[in-house]
Structures are given as C-alpha cells and as structure tokens.
Ligand binder design. Sequence first.
Ligand SMILES: *[C@@H]1O[C@H](CO)[C@@H](O)[C@H](O)[C@H]1NC(C)=O
Length: 285
Amino acid sequence: MVSSSLFSAALFSALAAAQKCNLQFDGRLPKDLVAADLDVTNDFFDPNNVLGKGLKVSQVSRILPAGAGGLFDEGVEAQPVEVLISDASIFNDQVGFRRSELLPASNDGSDPSTQGVKTVHFSVKKDNVRLLNLTHEYQLFFLESQDFSTNQVVLKTGTILGQNTPDPDTLQLFGNVNDNPPQLLFSTKFLPDTFNNFALTLDFDKLTTQVFFSTGLDPLKQVTDVLKNDVSGQGQFHFGVLKKGLNGVGDITKNGEQEAGINEGIAYGGIFEEDSADGCISLSP
Ligand SMILES: *[C@@H]1O[C@H](CO)[C@@H](O)[C@H](O)[C@H]1NC(C)=O
C-alpha cells in the first residue's frame, strides 16, 4: 500500500475511494459462519453483551445470505446479520427498554478503537416483516463512553423522546447526548429495501465527527463538514436495536411502557472500523 502522505490533498481525495485502510476491527461475518458461532468467543462480536437476560446471541440474530449485503459486504462475501428484539430482550433489569446489540469483540472500552482518528462503518436495512414501531424511539448505533455517562454519537429512528419528530421514519444521527440540546449531525429518510450505509470519522484528539452516507451499492459521499463533537471518554460501539418505552419518568431504563408481542429487527452489514490517522477513508470497497 502506498502511503497517502506522498500525494497532494487533491490527488488523495481522488484516490481515497480505491484505498485500503488499516483495520481496527472487522465485524463482517464470513460466509461459512453460523449464528451459534457468535454464542462463544469469536473474532467478531462479544458473545455476552448486550442481550436480554438468559438469551444467547444466536437467539436474537439471524444470519442473512451473503450476496444480500451492503456496500462493504459484497466484495468479501460477508453475511449481513439481523439483530432482533422480543419481549424477552430485557438487559440487566432495564424493564423500560428492549435491547439486543452487537459489540465488536476487541472493543473493551479502553482499546485503540476510540483513540487517534478512526472511521467506523456500518449499514442498516429494514426488515419488512419485523418492522419497528415508530411510535417509540430506537437507537440503532451508538458509542457509549467508558464511564457510561454519555453517548458521544448515536443513530436514532422513530419518535425521539422529549423533542418534536416531524417524520419518525427518519434516520437521525446525533452528537454527544450530554449537549443541550444534542447536535443533529445528519438526518435522512430511512429508505426500505436497501442498506443505508454510514461512515463516521471520529477524531478523538481534535474532538470532531464527520459523516459519510450512501444507499445500496453506491459509494459513500461526504454529507457533513468536520463538525465539533465531544467524542472523548473512550467506550464501546453498539450495533443493534434499543427500543425505549413510552411515558417514562425519571430513570427511563426502568420506567416506560412497552407493549407485549414485540417481534422487530434491523439488518446490519459492513460493520468495521479503519484507521484514518493518515486521512485514509474507504468510500467504496
Ligand atoms: C406501537 O406502539 C404503541 C405504543 O406502545 C402501541 O399502542 C401500538 O399498538 C403499537 N403498534 C403496533 C402496530 O404494534
């Protein structure tokens, strides 16, 4: 691989799309993997978190066929994975939430995935037979700080608690939720029948976030400038479905109404993180 520092900025941006960057973690599932492989220690995701009490990863995920993947799955024949929630998806007595999330295996809260400059990639797709209930707020991706005091970046959909949501069928990416109000970094209609591809360049030294987005197999496009956003505090990346209850007061992890009979899911593809310290960002495979 040729170092990007050899090139001028203009030339670099032209080449960025074709560049292979060094990977920090890779959650793309090889085509021979089965869901039960995720129940034991593996190279991809933590087998123990975040799950409803007594549940295994294989009980809250469906491996989807290779070839049905997103932008960064096709070339490596990766299998996307759907993350599911049900009435049993109660983690740690958080009865106000239903949640199932995949955490990268190497991301222990203080590892290099939240140091330097990194670009985290993921793609999300609706399941038309396990649709979310957009009366509720959902978190589909977030970075939670090591001390659990904030989410430095979070992708939400549905009706956001405590604010006006003109169209709940929207993907809304917020910055640090301790800001008042949190900064809306980017939003876009949550298109069905296709993967919605995100890449976020997180500068953990300069405390900024830049967003790239596309749908289907289209190359990512820059959709924001480099935005000030406090991404300090390290922590863990969560990919999955966290459904918040309605009318909760006080500690909403414990309070909030959840109707019974939940059968909902979101498909994930192309989960990986690359090192962008030298400006390397993959806009296409
Ligand atoms: C959506 O959620 C609301 C509030 O929990 C509930 O009243 C409604 O029945 C749900 N709709 C569907 C289609 O499940």
